[in-house]
Every structure is written in C-alpha cells, then in structure tokens.
Ligand binder design. Structure first.
Ligand SMILES: *Cc1c(COP(=O)(O)O)cnc(C)c1O
Length: 349
C-alpha cells in the first residue's frame, strides 16, 4: 500500500483532532557525529494541547473519536500515579468535552500534600482521581485487579443513573488506540520520503505495546523494511509478543485491511529496563544526559531515557551498523523529571 491508501483506510474511522500533526522529524547533528550514525528524532513529545504531550495523544484521537460517537460522558482509564497516559487522557478529554476519571496505582507513593509531575497536572485538568495503594499481604497484580473492580463498580453505578461511560485500557492499548500508530508510521514514512532518507532502524520505548503494535502494523501495510527495535521498560513474560501480535492484527482487521502480522515481525529487547518500571538505571541516566547536553532535548527516566539507552548501546556494540540511518521515536514523558525523587535517581546528583 501507499501512504495515501493507508490514509484512506484511516479516514473512514471516527477521529477527533487533538494535536498539530505531523510532529517534526529532525536530524540530531551533534549526536550523529559522536555516535557515528545518521540519527533522526521524531518528536511525538510535541503533540497534544499543552507542553506535555506524548505518544498517547495519537491513540486518543481514535479512542475519543469512538467515545464521542457512542455518546459517552465519562472516560475511565488506568495507570500508575505518574502515568503519562492518564495525564494525556485527562488533557484530551478536556479538549473533547468529556469528563476524565482516573484510577491510579501508587507504584511510587505520591506525597498528597505536594503533588508532583503528572499527578499535579491530572489535578489541574480537574480529573476525578482515585489512588489505589497495595495493601498488606496483597501483590501488585492483586492491587491492580482490585483497581479494575472498583472502577467497574463506579461505571455500573454511573450507567444505572443514565451516564454513558467509555473505558480505555492502560496505555490506550486497544485495537482502536493502536490504529493511531498505524497513522504515525505512515506519517513518518512520508516525512522520510520527502527528506530522501532510507531509515534502517526505528528505536522506541515499549510499555503497554500499543505504539509498537501500531508501528509494526503500519510497516506491514506500507511494505517497509525498516527494523523496528522496541526497548522494553518493564518486565513482560512470554505472552507479551503473542498478545501484541494479536493486538496489531485486531487493529488491521478493524481498519478492514487484509494484511496480518506474525510474532517474527516484532523485535522486543528487555535488556535495558532493570531494576524495574519507574526505577532508574545508569544507562538511562547517561542517555538522558547525552541528549540534554548534546542536543538540548529532554528525555525521561521511565520510558524515553531507557529507550534511547538501548539505541546508544546498539550503536556502540555494532548491533546497529556505523553509518546507518537511525530514527528515535521520542514518545514524551519529560513530566517525570518533576516527579518523585525515587523515579529520578542519579539525575538529582
Ligand atoms: C506510554 C509511553 C510509552 C510506551 O508506549 P506504549 O504504547 O504503552 O507501549 C513510551 N514512552 C512514553 C514516554 C510513554 O508515556
């Protein structure tokens, strides 16, 4: 398919405008020189209505388009207390005239007397915020299930009283949300063509996997040979790639496309996230400092810093060839730089 053909498929779907696309594609001259590759950055951090956008906005254009079509009044979603997705959902809901309800798991304990980072922004956007804490003897997974059960109860209650609710999974990683990054990949492809660049690699941080599934599905539709390297930011078991293959395929089916993905289409690297989600590491800290000191661009310790650390390591170890054309997808998240100190680690030194 061509970019125009992919766009025609996307245009059949309900979507609301939440941003100023296309996001810029820039060459990073100084880092290109120091790393020995041609390094480009796609600025998904420049999206949304405020300074604090990110990769969830593209997904939300379709998700909230669907919510509006269904006549929803409330939008429910989930994440950690410093969730970028939850904050961007609150932001997008306000633009769309919807009421955001956030269920947030306290993986890092927030100081409720001094809200920080995304949680502060959630408050300013006027979102209804429910913070769920892991109880004694409860695992994180159990606390997570309890969070979903509480939200379901509230949704049922609202529905009984005649209020329509729309439910968005963590990260917006549903087939409809994933569609946003089929469009994102088409947009990137068009920019690369216009700038006469043949990209060998695309690196990005992956979490709930909707961004990855959309990019990989977009690559399939456009028959691109770009290698997509997805740097994991949290611990996933062996069900991750099969689940994201299915997610990409559901998005393709929803669009009415014939093409399908297999697990071999994915390349997920779990080598850069330890010690865990929202826990900083040395590679991430170095990557954030490199990008800040050599290009004046801010990454974050939870996602984009670890994603870029993966890219830097691939180049240094020759896994990505010297002289190749490498694109880094900046997925946003810099609000984490104003979050709790546990998330920042050595950046404070
Ligand atoms: C959510 C997020 C990601 C991961 O995107 P998924 O679609 O959840 O995999 C990467 N970077 C940032 C900054 C994010 O907020």
């Amino acid at each position: 398919m061509t970019v125009d053909e992919v766009r025609a498929l996307l245009q059949q779907k309900d979507r609301i405008d939440l941003s100023f696309y296309p996001t810029p594609l820039q060459k990073l001259e100084r880092l290109s020189e120091s790393l020995g590759v041609n390094l480009y950055i796609k600025r998904e951090d420049f999206s949304g209505q405020s300074l604090f956008g990110g990769n969830k906005i593209r997904k939300l254009e379709y998700l909230l388009g669907d919510a509006k079509r269904q006549g929803a009044e409330y939008v429910f979603t989930y994440g950690a207390t410093q969730s970028n997705h939850a904050m961007q959902t609150a932001e997008a809901c306000r633009k769309a005239g919807l009421k955001p309800v956030l269920y947030l798991l306290a993986i890092v304990e927030p100081d409720e007397k001094e809200l920080r980072g995304n949680l502060l922004l959630d408050r300013i956007f006027g979102a209804e915020i429910h913070i769920i804490r892991q109880e004694d003897g409860e695992t994180e997974a159990e606390a997570n299930d309890r969070m979903f059960a509480l939200a379901r109860q509230q949704m049922e209650e609202l529905k009984r009283n005649g209020h329509a609710c729309y439910d968005i999974p963590k990260g917006g990683a549903s087939p409809i949300g994933t569609t946003g990054f089929i469009g994102g990949f088409a947009e990137l492809t068009q920019q690369l063509t216009q700038q006469e660049i043949h990209a060998d690699y695309l690196f990005h941080a992956t979490g709930t996997g909707g961004t990855m599934a959309g990019l990989v599905a977009g690559r399939r539709l456009l028959n691109s040979d770009m290698k997509i390297i997805s740097i994991d930011v949290t611990c996933h078991d062996e069900s991750y790639v099969p689940a994201k293959t299915a997610l990409g395929n559901e998005a393709l089916a929803w669009l009415g496309a014939q093409q399908r993905l297999t697990e071999e289409d994915f390349c997920v690297d779990p080598g850069y996230y330890l010690p865990g989600y929202e826990q900083p590491n040395e590679g991430g800290t170095e990557a954030i400092r490199m990008m800040a000191e050599q290009e004046g661009i801010l990454l974050d310790p939870v996602y984009s810093g670890k994603g870029f650390a993966g890219l830097v390591d691939y180049v240094r170890t020759g896994k990505a060839l010297q002289g190749s054309n490498v694109v880094f997808l900046h997925t946003g998240g810099a609000t984490a730089l104003f979050a709790e100190r546990e998330i920042l680690g050595d950046l404070l030194l």
